[in-house]
Unconditional design. Structure first.
Length: 562
């Protein structure tokens, strides 16, 4: 439905944009340099956020603000209205100040927070179930029964074990008596003793059965009393699970997305063909889908988009205040594939083939291995859509020899890469990498002047399943990641450093550089965790390992070139 409240669109003054050409194609959402118009729009929106006083939301920018600090992703969409006038729409991801309704911003695709909505009613029911579960689990009798069952279980194991040890001693004593009397007594006398020993053995077994059975009955009685509580808890949890699933499905049915041709697709329909199979939590609540939905519903032509972060960074992710970021892949990519259908979009930069098609620089080669100096911007191995790589170039250069890739460098990282030429060398080198026997040193240019001169960073990492290939800092499920570093040279607002990765996690150096709990200084040119530049200034400068054939320690150096 067309929204006639023009407060949702902000028009540019002709004077502001007279000299700026309109974009010929829409922004590629997952990697872009913001168009000049989106920069103007973002600057105006940021000024609004800096000066607004009615939003009761703590972005974490003030030390005396109340409430939990929550940074937020904002988006702008430059559009052309039906009369050809150019303006922009604004949106935020998720909710803001516990509300979806803010005059300057476009509404959500579906507002689950309106008064008496099925969502709020459903949440009220689920909260009531949660309260009942909490009431049962905090009941003193329930807590005491849990403690009693735990104590009885431990006591039963201890006493049954002690009883079995006693019976074991009895058995050993009977064995010794048999050995003692077997050769010293006659057959008839020994038979009498053997019959008594068998009788003792049977008695012991009976006693163990009685003892064990008594404990089983005692435990069963206590567990039956406990089960009366736990059955109620389990029943309530099952009810909660069913109601949550039904509420979620009802929500999915309400999120219906438009494209320029007016075609509708529900959230469930969009995600049914993805690896997820169903929409992940929060899908459809990001800024860009909201913006496009409002534009299509009101006959605005989308021209360009940009998203930026505002406020404090979440502890797990790398987010910098006012910095631009691409749309997320896990939640937004399937939705935007539908919403942007039929709209000319800028070229996907991930599919660009490197212009430098020169032969690889070979640092060292013998019958077992080859060491190359990989240029930035070249894959180590062929990708799904880009085949050009170290592997393909080496295959051309080595002729009939099949290059066997042992380890990899990120596409944007330059430097030393070791490749095996035989299966034996490949296996030998792989073992060294797996056991941490390979020594590597990287050189990087960081985007601020560091105060410290050296140190060690330990931040556990795990993949971000909804935004691959980005990584997250996760102290609960992340893998141990350690980097030693040392400052080499300081420049104005930059520092050249050496890195020694003591573990080998994906994007380890990039995350440890950029994260606020690390060096809080993204690598210059890191377009994932910092800001794009001509290249990412990270270089694998040194590598040391044992030669697979000669078994000698060998090392190689390659200057960084920056």
């Amino acid at each position: 439905m067309r929204d006639n409240s023009h407060s949702r669109i902000s028009y540019f003054s002709d004077k502001t944009i007279n000299d700026i050409e309109l974009p010929e194609r829409f922004t590629f959402p997952f990697y872009y340099e913001p168009h000049p118009l989106t920069k103007i729009a973002a600057a105006e929106l940021q000024h609004y956020l800096e000066t607004q006083t009615h939003l009761d939301h703590n972005f974490g920018l003030s030390t005396n603000a109340e409430g939990v600090a929550i940074g937020k992703m904002f988006g702008v969409l430059v559009v052309q209205d039906p009369q050809g006038k150019v303006g922009y729409l604004s949106a935020f991801s998720g909710k803001l100040a516990d509300s979806n309704d803010h005059p300057r911003f476009v509404p959500p695709v579906f507002d689950m927070l309106v008064e008496n909505s099925f969502f709020l009613q459903g949440i009220e029911i689920i909260n009531a179930i949660n309260a009942r579960v909490e009431e049962i689990e905090s009941n003193k009798n329930y807590q005491q029964l849990k403690t009693d069952v735990q104590k009885l279980s431990a006591q039963s194991l201890q006493e049954i074990s002690a009883f079995k040890n006693q019976l074991k001693s009895n058995k050993e004593r009977r064995r010794q008596l048999r050995d003692k009397h077997k050769n010293s007594l006659g057959p008839q006398e020994y038979a009498v003793i053997e019959a008594d020993l068998i009788k003792q053995s049977l008695h012991d077994k009976h006693q163990l059965a009685v003892f064990t059975n008594n404990w089983e009955q005692t435990l069963a009685t206590a567990q039956t009393r406990l089960a009366s509580f736990e059955n109620d808890v389990e029943r309530l949890k099952n009810e909660r699970r069913e109601k949550s699933a039904a509420l979620q499905q009802q929500l999915f049915d309400q999120y219906v997305f438009l494209n320029k041709d007016g075609q509708h697709k529900s959230l469930q329909e969009i995600f049914s063909t993805t690896a997820f199979g169903k929409p992940p939590g929060g899908a459809g609540e990001c800024a860009t889908p909201k913006l496009l939905q409002y534009a299509f519903a009101n006959s605005y032509k989308p021209l360009a988009m940009a998203e930026f972060w505002w406020g404090a960074a979440p502890k797990s992710e790398i987010r910098k205040h006012k910095q631009y970021y691409p749309a997320c892949t896990g939640k937004c990519k399937p939705i935007l594939a539908h919403m942007l259908e039929g709209i000319p979009v800028e070229e996907n930069p991930f599919l660009r083939i490197p212009e430098d098609r020169r032969k690889l620089e070979i640092v060292y080669e013998d019958e077992s291995i080859v060491v190359v100096n990989k240029p930035a911007g070249l894959l180590s191995v062929p990708g799904v859509k880009i085949k050009e790589s170290v592997y393909t170039r080496l295959k051309d250069q080595l002729g009939e020899t099949e290059p066997l890739i042992v380890h990899r460098l990120d596409m944007d990282t330059s430097g030393l890469l070791v490749v095996a030429k035989t299966q034996y060398a490949h296996k030998h080198l792989q073992r060294q990498f797996m056991k941490g026997m390979v020594r590597k040193r990287y050189r990087a240019l960081l985007s601020k002047e560091l105060e410290q001169s050296e140190g060690e960073i330990e931040l556990p990492l795990r993949p971000d399943p909804l935004n691959r290939p980005r990584q997250l800092v996760c102290f609960k499920n992340g893998k141990k990641s350690i980097t030693r570093w040392k400052a080499i040279k300081r420049y104005n607002a930059m520092t050249k450093v050496d890195f020694w990765p003591l573990t080998g996690r994906t994007h380890q150096l990039r995350m440890h550089s950029a994260h606020e709990l690390g060096l809080n200084a993204p690598i210059v040119g890191d377009d994932l965790y910092g800001m794009a530049a001509k290249r990412m200034y990270l270089h694998a400068a040194h590598i040391e390992f044992t030669h697979p054939t000669t078994k000698e320690k060998i090392s190689f150096e390659a200057p960084e070139g920056f």
